[in-house]
Design a protein around this ligand. Structure first.
Ligand code: ZN
Length: 322
């Protein structure tokens, strides 16, 4: 599942191709990929036949949702893509493009990659990738025409046009407004984060996964951060020293930086960059997915235990429970 480094690799890959590009046409092949898109004048979740996160939708509701999305995207000029945590968005600049006199964008194309969502940049005559749900043709002043294909095998991801709300500083899509800044954000508040986790009695891994405390961390990077910091996943936040909590944050940034440099983790082979290529950070994982293997630090065996419907991986020797 894409976490912060994977989404950031995609954002950075899209930036040169979409910034300043005009949307020529949009084709929604599967309206289930618009589960988080609400047509103008409709209340979220109110479409006929809509169930469980919009994964089911009546044919008519699907058609009207697709038509609304296509109409509101076509002819618009896209601004530079942005990201917070695992959310990525492309502000929609208007019909004439970003100009000093143009008003600030009020909406954005919001992408949530879910489990297997991919944003692929392809030549207009390239062969089809598998599971393409939404196809957008764009024209960039320098790069010419390109296809931006949203592919998603498992359909937990989606695209949506969302309103931008104030996030002082800056703006953020309303659907992402509830999450904290991520540790690569220059406005992330280190002191507030350290104080918040030290005030909580729940386990360190659960705290790292709380998107209201820090965004972008999922199962893989939580396990890797805790391994690097030598913290047991169940260590209560309140029992971390000030220095221990600061060190945890340091290791989180370090693991993100290395994963970014290595193109992200393609552990389940469903994450690829905008060119369809896998990242290679999976080879650098020390704990995640390594249950039963030797700990690269102490040689003890990495343990795998059930955690919230999935697994935690840690070294019982160098991550002792306090
Ligand atoms: Zn160890």
């Amino acid at each position: 599942m894409p976490e912060l480094p994977e989404v950031e690799v995609v954002r950075a890959g899209l930036a040169p191709a979409v910034t300043g590009a005009r949307v020529i046409a949009v084709e929604v092949m599967d309206p289930r990929a618009l589960k988080r898109h609400t047509p103008l004048g409709e209340v979220p979740g109110s479409a006929p036949g809509e169930g469980g996160h919009g994964r089911t939708l009546s044919t008519e509701a699907g058609r009207s949702r697709a038509a609304d999305f296509e109409r509101r995207m076509t002819g618009r000029v896209l601004a530079a893509p942005l990201r917070r945590g695992k959310f990525m968005w492309i502000p929609i600049a208007g019909e004439s493009g970003p100009a000093s006199s143009a008003p600030e964008p009020t909406t954005a194309l919001l992408a949530h990659l879910g489990m297997s969502g991919q944003m692929l940049l392809r030549a207009t005559d390239a062969a089809d990738d598998r599971h393409v749900r939404i196809r957008t043709w764009i024209e960039h002043p320098e790069h010419g025409e390109l296809r931006l294909d949203f592919s998603d095998q498992r359909l937990f991801g989606s695209l949506a046009i969302d309103d931008l709300v104030d996030a002082a500083p800056g703006t953020i899509p309303a659907q992402a407004a509830h999450i904290a800044r991520d540790p690569l954000d220059e406005h992330f508040d280190d002191e507030a984060f350290v104080a918040a986790i030290r005030a909580r009695s729940i386990g360190a891994k659960k705290l790292l996964l709380e998107q209201r405390l820090v965004s972008g961390v999922g199962n893989i990077y939580a396990d890797e951060t805790l391994w690097r910091a030598r913290v047991h996943p169940d260590t209560p936040g309140a029992s971390l020293s000030q220095r221990g909590a600061v060190t945890l944050l340091h290791h989180m940034r370090e693991v993100f930086a290395q994963a970014l440099a290595e193109g992200g983790t393609s552990f389940d082979e469903q994450y690829v960059n905008v060119n369809g290529q896998a990242g290679y950070f999976a080879h650098s994982l020390n704990a995640y997915g390594r249950g039963g293997e030797a700990c690269p630090r102490c040689g003890g065996l990495i343990k795998r235990v059930p955690f919230a419907g999935r697994s935690s991986h840690f070294c019982p020797k160098c991550q002792r429970k306090r």
